[in-house]
Ligand binder design. Structure first.
Ligand code: K2U
Ligand code: ZN
Length: 173
């Protein structure tokens, strides 16, 4: 298992539509493990393959935040939203590719998602609360969409300008 560097916005790889995973093989299982290790190290509650520069439709999540509760790591290959509730939920989102920046995003409160799991089995489940927000945030990454795309243009531009400055400073360090 290895912790891999997380790509920071702005980066063209974060704006691409990712290709489906054709077959859950050992290479894809290793990638899922590395993504989970990278996510826990960040720390975060979700991570999408394009955030590691791999333009494949794979996301990982573990939205269990209660101290002492058992972790609930999930790897979802080729996730698809099959149904969305009409009810919406607002959550102040962040992103590991846009550190220290937050903004309110409205999303459907519940979603039904189907995917292929780490054993290659077809799965389907309904997500609510933070899991629903997270799975939609991660599937957006597979479509090249970031949470800042839901914010007002001026706020999005201000965040992007801050990230350009941060990346320039990190490159100099
Ligand atoms: O995709 C990512 O960058 C991972 C995000 C996922 C996420 C963002 C907003 C709301 C839910 C999930 C990171 O986990 S951001 C860090 C974080 C940690 C705890 C709670 C919310 C966000
Ligand atoms: Zn993100």
């Amino acid at each position: 298992m290895s912790i891999r560097p997380i790509i920071l916005h702005p980066d063209p790889r974060l704006k691409k539509v990712c290709a489906p995973v054709d077959g859950v093989n050992d290479e894809m299982r290793k990638l899922a493990e590395d993504m989970l290790e990278t996510m826990y190290d960040a720390p975060g509650i979700g991570l999408a393959a394009p955030q590691l520069g791999i333009l494949k439709r794979l996301i990982v999540m573990d939205c269990i935040k209660e101290e002492g509760a058992d972790p609930q790591p999930m790897a979802l290959f080729n996730p698809e939203v099959m149904w969305m509730s009409e009810a919406l939920n607002t959550y102040e989102e962040g992103c590991l590719s846009i550190p220290e920046q937050y903004g309110d995003v409205n999303r459907p409160a519940e979603v039904m998602v189907k995917w292929i799991d780490i054993d290659g089995a077809a799965c389907e489940a309904k997500f609510d609360k933070l899991w629903a927000t997270c799975v939609q945030h991660e599937i957006d990454h597979l479509e090249g969409k970031l949470f800042i795309d839901y914010l007002k243009p001026l706020r999005r531009q201000m965040i992007t300008r801050k990230m350009v400055k941060l990346k320039r400073e990190r490159a100099r360090a």
